[in-house]
Design a protein around this ligand. Structure first.
Ligand SMILES: [Fe+2]
Length: 281
C-alpha cells in the first residue's frame, strides 16, 4: 500500500492496468532522466512485470540503449543486423533486408536462457508496425500456481539444459532474484535436455520420450483454455515496453512472420539487460 500511496502522491506518470502489466501515460521517455522517476519505473516494472509506455513517438537506438542502462549493463548476444541503429539493439523484422526474421517463433520462452544468468530485463520498441503481429506474454508465477499438484511436483524436480553456447543448466522452477516469487527458466525451442533431481542420488537425464512430453506439457500450460493466461499485446504507434524478462514468458505470434506485402513492414528493436545471478533453487 505504501508504494501505491507514494505513486499517487508523486504523480510522475499514470498507470492503467492491462490483462498483464500496465499501460503508462504522461511521461516522455525521450527526455526523462530524473533519478526519482527512474527509481519509480524500476519499482513498477518489478511490481507489474510489464510496462507499456504509450505515445513515445520514435525512440532512437541511442536513447533506447540509454533507457536500458537504467536497469544495468547490456548483454547483446544476437546477430548484428546491418540496419540496426546501435550495436546493442537487436533489430527484428518480417523483411530480411530490414532485420532478423523468424525471431521468437520457436516456442514460449524467456530471453537469455542460454546464459549462466538469463537476461533480467528486455526492452522493446516497435518502430514500424504491421497490421498484424502481436507479441504474447504470460505471467510465470500464476502459471506455476495454476499447475495440478502432481505436475508441480514433477516440474520442481526438473532442470533444463540449454542447447546454446556453454549449455548452462538451470532449475525449471526457481525464485525470482528480485521479487522472490516462483518463476520458470525455460525455452521451448532452445533446450537440448532435461535432468531429473539434479544434485541428488536419483539424478538422471530425461529419456527422449520424457523430453518430448515435458516440452508438450509446458507448452500446454500456456495455450490451454484458449490461451486464457496470455496477454497478447497489439502494438500501437509509439509503444515502448519494458518487461521483467524473468517474470513473464513470451512468444512472437505466427502473424509476426507474415510478409511485408501482406501486413506491412514490421520492425522491432530490442535490448537485453544482463542477469544479476544464475537461477537457483
Ligand atoms: Fe524472446
Amino acid at each position: 500500500m505504501r508504494s501505491i500511496g507514494r505513486l499517487a502522491m508523486a504523480k510522475f506518470y499514470e498507470t492503467f492496468p492491462l490483462k498483464l502489466g500496465c499501460a503508462v501515460k504522461g511521461i516522455d521517455l525521450k527526455t526523462e532522466n530524473r533519478p526519482e522517476v527512474i527509481e519509480q519505473i524500476k519499482e513498477d516494472v518489478t511490481k507489474h512485470r510489464i510496462l507499456v509506455f504509450k505515445n513515445q513517438g520514435v525512440i532512437s537506438g541511442d536513447r533506447h540503449v540509454e533507457i536500458s542502462k537504467w536497469f544495468g549493463e547490456l548483454e547483446s548476444t544476437f546477430y548484428k543486423h546491418p540496419r540496426s541503429p546501435h550495436p546493442d539493439v537487436f533489430r527484428v523484422s518480417n523483411d530480411p533486408k530490414e532485420g532478423c526474421t523468424g525471431v521468437g517463433r520457436t516456442g514460449w520462452h524467456i530471453d537469455g536462457s542460454f546464459q549462466p544468468a538469463p537476461f533480467s530485463y528486455s526492452l522493446y520498441h516497435m518502430v514500424s508496425i504491421p497490421k498484424q503481429g502481436n507479441t504474447a506474454f504470460a505471467p510465470l508465477t500464476e502459471l506455476i500456481e495454476g499447475l495440478s499438484p502432481d505436475k508441480r511436483a514433477r516440474w520442481e524436480r526438473l532442470w533444463m539444459v540449454s542447447d546454446r553456447r556453454s549449455g548452462p543448466i538451470h532449475p525449471l522452477i526457481y525464485s525470482h532474484p528480485v521479487s522472490g516469487k516462483k518463476v520458470l527458466c525455460f525455452h521451448l525451442g532452445m533446450t537440448t535436455d532435461f535432468i531429473w533431481d539434479k544434485g541428488t542420488p536419483h539424478e538422471r537425464n530425461a529419456s527422449h520420450e520424457e523430453f518430448e512430453e515435458i516440452i508438450r506439457e509446458i507448452h500446454h500450460e500456456f495455450v490451454k483454455d484458449g490461451g486464457k493466461i496470455q496477454y497478447s499485446h497489439k502494438w500501437e504507434d509509439g509503444d515502448f515496453i519494458i518487461s521483467d524478462n524473468l517474470a513473464v514468458g513470451h512468444e512472437a505470434t505466427p502473424e509476426t512472420q507474415f510478409p511485408r506485402e501482406k501486413v506491412g513492414l514490421r520492425v522491432l528493436h530490442r535490448t537485453t539487460v544482463m542477469g544479476s545471478k544464475p537461477p537457483e533453487k
